[in-house]
Design a protein around this ligand. Structure first.
Ligand code: AMP
Ligand code: MG
Length: 497
């Protein structure tokens, strides 16, 4: 290991200090020929990092973990997790490393590598990642951030200069990920099964201080932590669903305590609306289908609560009673978050008892008509702005049921406008700020990743520039608003290994 003398990057290691039982100090594998494939200037600026230095050969050595900045302590994090419902007692960073934390005084952000080589937690894996899946995480996480959805970010993707063996030999890459933290439900599951009972409490205290400080003020801070995670996850899943996002692998090790989306493996956005949509090639039962996501989040939250029963109350039955009371709030909480997202998508302000039926019927219509989710929602603002229902029927199709729904929606809007509604133009503009034109459509993502794998980064850069302004009409980019041409075989994604 070498250390740089004057790296303009300072990393702390508070997680490793407070929870040494949950980390293994480790070094990244050296890379033969690191080369920057993607760099997130905006994020670097937001983090106050010296982008020019990071992109230099010295910076790349630090970013890939080949050199350690003074004071840093890179570690592989240990966690467990329920994968497709079955428990794996020891997962952890098999191809990842936590380089350290950036601190701005107020909060910490993890700087983490993915694809950085084997660790003691690699099991059978090679510890590596291919260019395609790492750029995929870069693109989709940037799209999510631009859509305003909490997410881990990608600071950079660096080609390693090595080939990795998958079904074919593919160029390798390392992703530099920035996250509020990498504490997962699976981290709690691992800690809860350790003999040393102090680890779980320390982990919970760390998570409270870092992500949910208001829980510390509650009568029962650990129960309040579960409730806080429940709230951020209900909000997160509602935000996903409002843009047609299918995470694809909502295992408990892929659910954060912070409420950020993590692990862009087999995720994808829907074109045609169908609640049963599954993209992952390994999700045979459809466990993580679009429409199952709210229920799976609750299942995962239940696993989280189980880990802390002993912290809720010394008496088991009382602890279970308290946990159940909190978990039972989830369905209502989710529904509230979901409606709060659909209302502005339909140009509505006030809550109304008829809204759930109005929303459900719209979704049933989109499903029955096999309508493109993104285009259908976006077309609604034209109906409002120009009084042209045909903008909607052009996407969704026409018929008495479509007309009936438009009629109900119009009546509801007229009523809403009597309140805080505002002019048609201002309502339509507000709708355009929540109904994106641009999502990372699968065929476009695949096409740019194939080009990048072959060495052409141009299409990737164009796609990223489109996705960074998802709500804006971008002249000349009409192609990026089109759904994939109909295909006889459904789109499939593969876990990013
Ligand atoms: P994921 O599906 O990416 O959430 O990964 C699940 C688990 O498998 C994690 O513990 C990963 O670190 C591990 N893993 C995935 N791919 C590899 C690989 N190529 N080498 C070693 N471990 C891996
Ligand atoms: Mg994972």
């Amino acid at each position: 290991m070498t250390t740089t003398s004057q790296a303009p990057l300072t990393l702390t290691h508070r997680f490793a200090d407070e929870l040494p039982e949950l980390v293994l100090p480790w070094q990244a594998a050296p890379l033969p020929a690191p080369r920057l494939l993607a760099f997130n200037d905006e994020l670097a600026a937001e983090l106050g990092l010296d982008a020019a230095w990071l992109a230099s050969p010295d910076g790349l050595r630090v970013l890939t973990g080949a050199e350690t900045v003074p004071g840093a302590l890179p570690v592989a994090m240990v966690y467990a997790g329920h994968q497709f419902g079955g428990y794996s007692p020891r997962l952890g960073d098999g191809r990842a490393l936590l380089l350290g934390e950036l601190s701005d005084g107020a909060r910490l952000r993890d700087v983490h590598l993915k694809g950085s080589g084997r660790t003691p937690l690699s099991r059978g894996g090679d510890g590596k990642a291919a260019v395609g899946p790492m750029l995929r995480e870069h693109v989709i996480s940037e799209a999510m951030a631009a859509l305003g959805i909490p997410t881990t970010r990608s600071l950079a993707v660096i080609g390693t200069g090595e080939q990795v063996a998958r079904e074919t030999m593919l160029p390798g890459a390392v992703l530099v990920r920035v996250a509020a933290s990498h504490i997962r439900v699976g981290t709690f599951e691992y800690a809860a099964r350790l003999e040393d009972r102090s680890v779980l409490r320390r982990l919970a205290d760390h998570a409270i201080a870092r992500h949910h400080p208001q829980a510390a003020e509650a009568d029962n801070p650990y129960l309040a932590l579960v409730e806080a995670v429940l709230e951020v996850q209900a909000a997160l899943v509602a935000s996903w669903m409002a843009v047609g996002f299918v995470h694809g692998v909502m295992n408990t090790d892929n659910m954060t305590i912070s409420g950020e989306t993590i692990d862009y493996g087999p995720c994808a956005f829907m074109d045609r609306f169908d609640p049963q949509t599954v993209f992952s090639s390994i999700d045979h039962g459809g466990r993580y289908a679009y429409g199952n996501q709210p229920g799976i989040a609750q299942w995962n939250l239940t696993r989280l609560a189980e880990t802390m029963l002993g912290l809720f109350d010394e008496e088991v039955d009382a602890a279970i009673g308290k946990a159940t009371e909190v978990l039972d709030r989830y369905p209502d909480r989710f529904r509230t978050e979901w409606r709060a997202r659909l209302r502005p998508k339909l140009g509505l302000h006030r809550d109304d008892p008829e809204d759930p039926a109005l929303f459900d019927d719209l979704l049933a219509l989109l499903h029955a008509q096999r309508a493109d989710h993104t285009r259908a929602f976006r077309s609604l603002s034209t109906v409002v702005r120009e009084g042209r229902p045909d903008a909607f029927t052009a996407v969704v199709g026409s018929g008495p049921e479509v007309d009936a729904w438009i009629g109900r929606w119009s009546a509801r809007r007229a009523e809403d406008a009597g309140g805080a509604g505002g002019s048609a133009a201002s309502v339509a503009d507000a709708m355009d700020r929540v109904n994106p034109i641009h999502i990372p459509r699968n065929h476009l993502v695949e096409e740019t990743l194939a080009a990048a794998t072959d060495g052409d980064l141009g299409p990737l850069e164009t796609l990223l520039s489109v996705l960074r302004r998802p709500f804006e009409h971008q002249p000349g980019r009409e192609r990026y608003t089109e759904p994939a041409p109909d295909s006889p075989t459904p789109y499939r994604t593969f876990c990013g290994t």
